[in-house]
Design a protein around this ligand. Sequence first.
Ligand code: PFF
Length: 460
Amino acid sequence: MAGLENANSAPSAPSASARQGWSSSLGFVLAAAGSAIGLGNLWGLTYRVALGGGMAFLVLYLVAVVVLGFPLLLAELALGRHTRRSPLLATVAVGGASWRPLGWLFPLGSALILGYYAVIAGWVAQALLAVLQGRLPTDQAGADAFFLKLSQGWAEGVAYGLVLALTVAVVATGVQQGIERLSRWSMPALLVLLTGLVIWSASLADAPARYEEALLQWRWSDWLNPRILRQAFSQAFFSLGLGSGAMVAYGSHLGQREPLPRQAAIVTALDTGVGLMAVLIIVPLMSAVVVGRQGGAGAVGSLFVAIPLGFASLGNAGPPLMAAFFFLASLAAVTSAVALLEAPVAVVMDRLGWGRARTAWSTGAVVALLGLPALLRTDLLMASHDLFGGVVLMASGLLLSLLMGWVAPRQLTEELSQLPAPLLRGVLLSLRWAAPLLLGGVLALSCMEMIQPGIPLLGM
Ligand code: PFF
């Protein structure tokens, strides 16, 4: 294992074997699903579907999940479990010191993402509070004002601080007692609520027509549209939470006997299923005109306008259903925020030998500062998402695919011993060729669009 000496000599790195494990397979799967299932599933997929691209977008998204998402999830988990170290030391352990920059990119990227993610999570929490207090907008002007209120002023700052404090408190409590315990009840609750909302939404009178209009349109030109291609791939990437090191950190607590491929497959299926369920819930409710409208609210904000309006149009049923929706969105946001914090916390603990609580609170304070620009300006929030949630994540993913595909295929193969041989060959093929080429192409397209801004790039 090239470079392991290097990792071992890092100051105060606690012994790998002393790492606390997940209490059970289910606990790990729910925590990993909690990381993947987040606002990207609930907002991102629907937003992109609403922008057009319909069937081409969805099919390309599913292809991206299989060709890119699943192999990279396996690679992150394998790297974590093989080394049983934080994302920083794990890359050095398998690749040597020259891979240290990737090790730093993981925690840096996730801390920067968490900064703006917590702002949006704060909006979700405020929307939940508003609906519980009976404050639902009933027309377009009211909905615009509703969003402005969420995204400005002291209430936004308080919600942001509270979301971060809750996230830190969970991470500080530990892997089993904090992260796993939260996911054990919140993920099943989220799935139950989501299923109920899908059944209800799909039974609305004009649901079939809306589905057909949004999801089943076949236009040949869509398949060759680079924007749709890029959005499908970046959505798959962000939605699975790849490239942030969170899965390296979670994998490092995974027991050697756990069936890693099966667990990764369940997490991938749950994440994709929840995204599709969110689309099924929201599409019948909203008008594409409202969502596509750009204005100050931007991509994320437009859904804070469209979703309350959609629920409000349902009369008496609206408020309880909207409360259920924003409650499940809050759960999804917090479990993802926890994973985003765990990556840098694991690195600082491994590197400096600090205790978990002290590390979590200090890292949380740094994240709170990093997120200030996004808190103060919605356009900077969108830019942060394009840059950190898009370009930085995909760059880390590209490097990770090279590391595990070319530099450490032996370690990868050892970890994936339960995978049938043809599937293992497929994973290696993806990590060596498909992922670098596709991610390289998508990154180039993203950079070109950032230089020539039009529609927000990734529009979570
Ligand atoms: N997958 C999360 C979402 O869809 O909202 C976002 C995310 C979570 C990204 C965890 C990265 C991560 F490490």
